[in-house]
Each structure stands twice: as structure tokens, then as C-alpha cells.
Ligand binder design. Sequence first.
Ligand code: UD1
Length: 416
Amino acid sequence: MKYIITGGYKIDGKISVDCAKNAYLPILAGSIMCNGEILLHKCPKFSDVENMCSILKTLGLKLKSEGDTLVIDGSNAKPNFVPVETAKLLRSSIFTMGAMLARFRRARLAYPGGCDIGLRPINLHLKGLRAMGVKITENHGILNCDASNLHGGRVVLDFPSVGATENLMMCATLGHEHTTILNVAREPEIVDLANFLNSCGAKISGAGTSTIEIEGVEKLGGTEYTPIGDRIIAGTYLIAAAITGGRIEVSGCNPQFFASLIDKLQYSGCVLTVKDDKIYLRSPKILKSVGFVETATYPGFPTDLQAQILTMLTVSRGCSVVQENLFESRYKFVPELIKMGANVITRERTAIIEGVPYLSGAEVYAKDLRGGASLVLAGLNAHGYTTVHDIMHIERGYCDLDKALSSLGACVKKVD
Ligand code: UD1
């Protein structure tokens, strides 16, 4: 499947974002620990979410959709093997490990897959779990985990990894001990996972700060929950408006969650107004370069918006520098942008961008989720037609992006 984009149409309209992929996925894994019925509202139609649902079914959970609500019954969940064909579908398959260990005290799964954005080790997950008493052996890419001696105590992460924070938090949720996890990540999606688990009966405090305290409880029940809106999708829409010289109102996600992007957009000359969960953007006649953007853990500039802002900078007047600090291989979309006339040089984790007046349409290939979405943004700006191939990468985290952008005045068609 591919998108064909006719560039040059200004974005003009209002849109509400889906629930966050990065909140929904760990929450789905968290449901493995729950005995009661869970109603998860506003289920987004991302392929990553569908794949996570398949993993839950492998583990014996029953899932059904009622409108956009996902009804989950984990009463018959089992610590079944998660094979390589399933685990490789998405990085977040690793979240099932902490949840299975909490509930069954054992887990067996293959190494996770996910976007090809460089090495994505799980050493921090494994080190943290071992510090909690989990015995882990690794054979031929399979992780065998035994948590019969799971205990609480203090665990220190060497780096505030989002996934490791979520995995360890889940693992410590069931039991009789107290666990303190230090140097944890502070992303809003971690707070959302803690809120979800607490609504099921967990006792987790401190999520959103760099220390999380967990008082183990005997079991978790059911709940009704709506995960937070997707700050990365919200940011992508704002940049879509900016790169087309348009205007937009985005709702459904707390603008505080992407304050670092708002700052850069203001610097580029956009006028932004925030009210509750709504943000309004009006772009200037000509975007300005923003100087230096470097990705960081929350609340710094998100790596998941690096490709989108870099794409905007290719048509912003002046020179900008982007530094990718989280992942080693996140510039695979840049050669595609260069085909469209962008003036970008990359050296290891640094990109230097000299803005050009406009891009020109070309045949380009999505290599990963966020880089793929930025090629669509580039196509919105470009003169002529742009074809973005391999959009299965984009569909991992954006639902009907063609329809959403077309409803805002763009011309994006999805074809076989
Ligand atoms: C999550 C997000 C992803 C986002 C990333 C950083 C989900 C489902 N995905 O991914 O969209 O880009 O946070 O905000 O929430 N690392 C290690 N060892 C580990 C774990 C991580 O070295 O055991 C390194 C990674 O290689 C990377 C950095 O830590 O360089 C950050 O990774 P991490 O925060 O764990 O990202 P994910 O949870 O995989």
C-alpha cells in the first residue's frame, strides 16, 4: 500500500487525536495481571495495537470489541510461550514479561522486534528484573524467566528507559513487598500506566517523577479506563499545519505533554494558543529555522517527533541543527527527503539542515514509523505529486492518516 499526495494544499481545520499508542500498549500488557473485566475505551486502530491483542490471545486472555471499547477478560490467562513470530511483530511484546512474572512468577518469550531505528537492547529490563530476584536464562533468542523468588527492595536504572520503567513497575505490582525504582523515565504514558494499574487495585506512587514506589498487592481486579491522547500524533498534525502555511486546532491531548515542541514551533514563527486540552496553531508566511533541536527523555524534545520537526526545518528559512540522542539510526528518512530537494547533511547523530523554499514531489519509501510519517508531511509541502511507499510502517502508529489529513484540506489518497 502507498499514499499518493498532491502537495500545496493548506491544512485548515479541527481534529481530535486517538489514544496514545505508547500508553495503550503497556496498558494492554498490564491487563494480563488483572482478574476482573477491563473496559478500555477509545481503542485506536493501529497495527501495533492489533498485534499486541494477538499476543494477549496467545496468553489466553479473551478480547472483544464493543464499538471502540475493548473488553478484556483475563480470568483464564496463562503464561504461555510467546514465540518469535509473535514477539518480533512489535517491541512492546517485551512488556508481557513483567506482567507475566507478576501474575504467574514465570515467563517464556522470544526477543522483541519493532522499528529498525538502531540497536534496541533490553539489558536494562533484564538487569532490573534480576535485581528483583528473577532468574533469567537466554538460549537461542528465547528468554526463560523464573520469578519464584521475586522480592522488593531498591532497583536503580542506569538510564531512564521508558520500557524498562514500565516492565519493572508491572513486575513489582503483585506480591507482598515494597519496591523502590530509582532513575525511572517520567513520560506521561508511564503515569497513565500507573493510573490504570491503580484503578485495578495496585498501589503505585511517584510515577511522573524519577522515583517510583510500589507496594505489592495480592491481586488486581477489573476497571474501566480511557488512556491519554497521543502527543506524537498531536505534534504531527501541528507540524502538518505549519509546513503547509495553514492553521489547525488539535484536541484530545494535554498540550503540556508536548511543551518542548510548542516552544520550537513558536520559535519558528507559528502563533499557538492553548486552552485546556485544545491547542490552536496559525503558521507564519515563512517559517524560520529554530537553531538547535536535540532529543531527550521527557520533558525534553521527544525522539518520536525528531523526524517531523527535521522535515519542517527543511523548508524553514536559515540553518538548523538536529541532534538525535536516544536512538543511533533515526535518520533513514533523510535520503528520501533529499530526493525531494531537501538540503540536509547527517553525520552520526547530527543533522545539519539548510532550509529551501519548498520541496518537490518524488517517489519515496517509508523505512520506519515516524520517519514514514514525516515523508507524508514533506509531501504536503512539495510541489507536485509524492508517492510514499511501504506505509505499513506508518500504520503501526497512525490510523487512517490519509483520511485525517484529507479532512483538514490536504489531498492524500491511499492506494494498492
Ligand atoms: C519507548 C517508546 C518509543 C520512544 C522511546 C523513547 C513505547 C512503546 N515506545 O520505547 O516510541 O521512541 O520510548 O522515548 O513506549 N535502552 C538500552 N537498554 C534497555 C532499554 C533501552 O540501552 O534495556 C536504550 C535504547 O536503546 C535507547 C534508550 O535506552 O537508546 C531509550 O529507550 P527506551 O526509553 O527504553 O525506549 P522504548 O521503551 O523502547
